[in-house]
Structure formats: structure tokens, C-alpha cells
Design a binder for this molecule. Sequence first.
Ligand code: ADP
Ligand code: MG
Length: 583
Amino acid sequence: MNRIVVLSEDMANKIAAGEVVERPASVVKELVENALDAGATVIGVECRGGGVALIQVSDNGAGIPSAEVAVAFERHATSKLASFADLDAITTLGFRGEALPSIAAVAEVEIVTLSAGEADAPSADAPSADTRSAAPTYLSLRGGQIVSRGSRARSGGTTVTVRNLFRNVPARLKFLKSTATESSHIARVVSQYALAYPAVKFTLTADGREALSTPGTGRLLDAALAVYGLEIAGNLIEIAESKWSPGAGPAAIGVSGLVGTPAIARASRDYLSFFVNRRWVNSRLLAAAAEEAYHGLLTVGRHPVVILNIALPAGEVDVNIHPAKSEVKFANERAVFAAVQRAVRSVLTASAPVPRLEEPAPVFTAPAGVVQRPAPVPLESLLDTPPAAPATTPLFALPALRILGQLAASYIIAEGPDGLYLIDQHAAHERVLFEQVMTERSQQRVAVQGLLEPATFTVTPPQNEVMKSLANELAGFGFTIEPFGERTYLVRAIPASLGRNDWGAALRELLDSPPGGAGWPEKIAESVACHGAVRAGQALSDDEMRGLVRDLERVGTPHTCPHGRPTMTHLSLSQLARQFART
Ligand code: ADP
Ligand code: MG
């Protein structure tokens, strides 16, 4: 053990930076927040190499007075908090004074800034122009230390340029994901702030190409159209600002924003955006409240699109609970939950007709009129699921089955050597298709269907980053997709396994799937299988059922679908005998 010493400033900054700057997108977030705090109406973000090579954020905000620029890079230097009391009612996005020093500790930073006051100063009473105070300030920092200063031409506002992020923190660099993934995180940050501030004109350029551009009209729907495209924007309903005061206390909670119809529900929660006093936050509470409002309107595993701004008195929310300021704590969680749930629900019910989903039919119900013996063993408890078969052993492979019929247009009833099998037709078909497309791909003989008319396909900025990195993989599975302008693609052919189903939904789900987990080939195959498979509720002919069961008998792991859910359940003859008290 060493002696206890106070860490050097450089070490302290690097440690603080670890919390504030997790990845390139965190840098973008901090710089965009600073620009917004400075009152900017135009914010340009440029990045290269996933933000590792370069991040540049330019704004037309208030700028920093020349005498204060160097101070801004010192730890805990902020112009946004004057007294401890201010901490109870923060109205700016920043307040910790940690972003600039943290970024400077882990990257090479340049700043050019001209403060509004100084730009206007040398006018009437200084006719010969005091050029020194009017000149923009330029600073360049390495390892957190200023290495050069001077001036550069620019009009009022600030440009911060960050290069070679984490070059001096190899451990962090190692944990970054692919350039495409990091770019998509950056696109997400800029998209979210574009939604939070529709009056600000945002542009994002990634590796020289424009990834996003919002008009800055002040209308949330215009920003949503720029971020999400027409398919989503055309299905968003506006919440007429709803103010709600909980019984106790006068604090009114305002909920405004846009709510997606169930028709555009998504497979991930990525389309739930929450802003608390226009700060982008992650909040399980808010997500639960919004999803609760969709209760009965969405199928399991689907999540709504919502963009909500929750406005409440600054004293009612603690924003100082997270180093990256991305989580908040509400003084009255119940009131906030209720306000959000009501606001969303009222829009959804007002915008009927939204069909109510039917309750799923229970698997085994006794036919009406059959008198049950007292306290029977519940049938479900007898229906046990065979263990998932390891891919290598044919031990659990299916025996030959004889089809007896279809139940609830969803399950195939079959007889095997040892009793009854109930097969979930969708899950079973998913498994069959999954194996089929994986095999076809590895043997490079994928069955393809050309579209009669090539279709255009538009993606969001984060989806676009994934799309670009997946081009080859998708081609390997039978998609023929060509770039067709910014964020639009022309789709000419799709895997034959998708049948007549919605290939667009399959692609979109794939582009939204979170990084990590299975590899891309498996994810693509899963998505094709899921969307190509017969649905529950679809009546099948005897031949179709027989074909499906034969195919299932042939695959290596017939007992689970690619997501790991069971494809079938089995009731053995001995279990039946017990059920009928024959033993
Ligand atoms: P914080 O935002 O928490 O105050 P930062 O380290 O992000 O801390 O910034 C330090 C200070 O530098 C800010 O308080 C602000 O005065 C100034 N500043 C940073 N970026 C900008 C900008 N884009 N425009 C104007 N002032 C800025
Ligand atoms: Mg800041």
C-alpha cells in the first residue's frame, strides 16, 4: 500500500472523465447541452470514425468571454451555479462544471469562441474598434493543459473540436464498440436533443455525410419527421398540453408531446423519449407510465413510440443524482406517474377507433358442459415441456408424429409413440425457417424473391448506421438493397423465406435490435424466421401441418424456437393415465 496522497489534478480529471465521458456519444451530449445552455438556435455536430477521430460541435450561442475561456476547462468551473441554493432548482442542462475538463483530460481539444457581449462591444464608443476584446478566443489543450492560445475568425458562438478521444486511455478505447455502433449512439443523442428542442436547427454529419437535419421550426412534429421519417411521423398524435395537479401541493405537472398509434409499435424501447424540463432522461418510471397507458392496445413484446416533455417546477425534480445527468429523481413519483399515464391514455382513447386486443385463448379449457371431477390435477401441470436439446445430440429429436388436428388456429395437435404433442405453429415454423436460412447462407445458395416493383425504404439516423455496417450480411441472406439518397434505400429482392409477409417490419426490427447478444447472422436469421413464419391464428390445411411437422422433425433442435421459447409441449400416456385415475 502507498501513503495516502491527494491525487494530481490530471489523475483526478481522468477519473472524473471516466464517469462523465463513457463513450464518444457522451462527449456529443455534453457539448450539445452546453450549446443549448448558451441559448443557441443553430447547432452543428460533425463526427468522424464513430467520434473517436473527431467530434466537432458548433453553435451560435452566447459564447464565452475571452477572460473566462481558460477557466472553463478547470474542474468544477461553471457559470451556471452561483450558490448552493441554486442546486435545488436547476434550470440549465449543465451545472457540475465537469464536462470540459473531463473531455480535455481524455482527448485533444480546441475551442474557438466569441461572446455576444464582446462581439457587440466595440461599436459606438470605440469607433476604431478595440479588436483585441472583439477577437474570438482560440485555445488548444493536450492532456488537459493549454498548449497554445490565440485567435481564429468566427462570428458569435462557440466551436469545440475534440480529436483522438481516449488515445491516452487505452483501457477505455478497448471497450468501445464498432464505428457503426458508436456513430449510432451519437445519432441517437443528437436526435433526442432535436426532439427536445424543436426550435433549434440541428445538423449531424457523420464521416462527411449528412445524417440528420432538422428545420428548427419550433414544431415538435417537424422535428419528429426529420428524425423518424414519414411512417412514424404520420402516426403521431399530439397531446394537447395537459396540466395536472395532484391532490397534495400546488405543483402542476405539465405533459406535452407526441404519442404514437398502436400501429407503429416497435420491438424495442428505443422509441420512448422522455424529457424532464427538456432534459433527455432515462427513466423506468416514465417508461412504465407510458407503457401502462397502452395497456391492452399492444401485443406482448411491442413498445410504443412516444415523445414526452414533462414540465414541473425545478424544485420538484433532483437532477443531481447521476454523473452524466441522464437520470433524475422526482419529489412526487406517484404524481408524475399518474400525470404521464393519464395524458397518454386520454390521447389514445380520444383517438379511437383503436381495436382492443382479444385476450389470448387459454391453451386447454374444458369443453363447456363437461362436469369436472372435484379438485382435478390441473392439466397444465401435467403438460411438461421436454428439455431443450443440445444441438449436438439427436437424443431429443422428435419421433414421427401423426397429425390429429389444429387447436385455436394456433396449435397443431399430434400423436406420438408416447402420447400427445401440442405444437405452437408459429414457434415451430420459426425454428424451421431459422435453420433453413442459416444453412442456405452458409452454402451460399439462398432462395431469393425479387420484388415486382423495387420498394423504397427509409430509415432513422441510428438505423442508418446499422444498415451501412450490415450491407454485406444482408446481401448474404438474400436482400438486394441499394443506397437511394440520404437514409433511403431501394429494396429489389428479399429472402424467399419471408414469403408475402412484411419484410419492412423484419428489416426495421433488425436495425433496431440492441447491440450485443447473438451475432448479426443469427439476428438476421431470427428476424427473417420470425416474420416469415406462419402466425398464430392462421388456419392450416392438413398438408401444411404435416409439412411443418416433417420439417421440424428434421432440425437439430426442434424443441425451442430461435428465441429460446418452447415449440411444443408433451402429455405422456402415463400422465394421461394418472389424470384419468387409471393407475
Ligand atoms: P457546466 O456546463 O456544468 O457549467 P462545462 O464544463 O460543460 O460545465 O462548461 C463550463 C462552462 O463553460 C459553462 O458553465 C459555460 O459558462 C461555459 N461554456 C461551455 N460551453 C459553452 C458554449 N458552447 N457556449 C457558451 N458557454 C459555454
Ligand atoms: Mg456542460
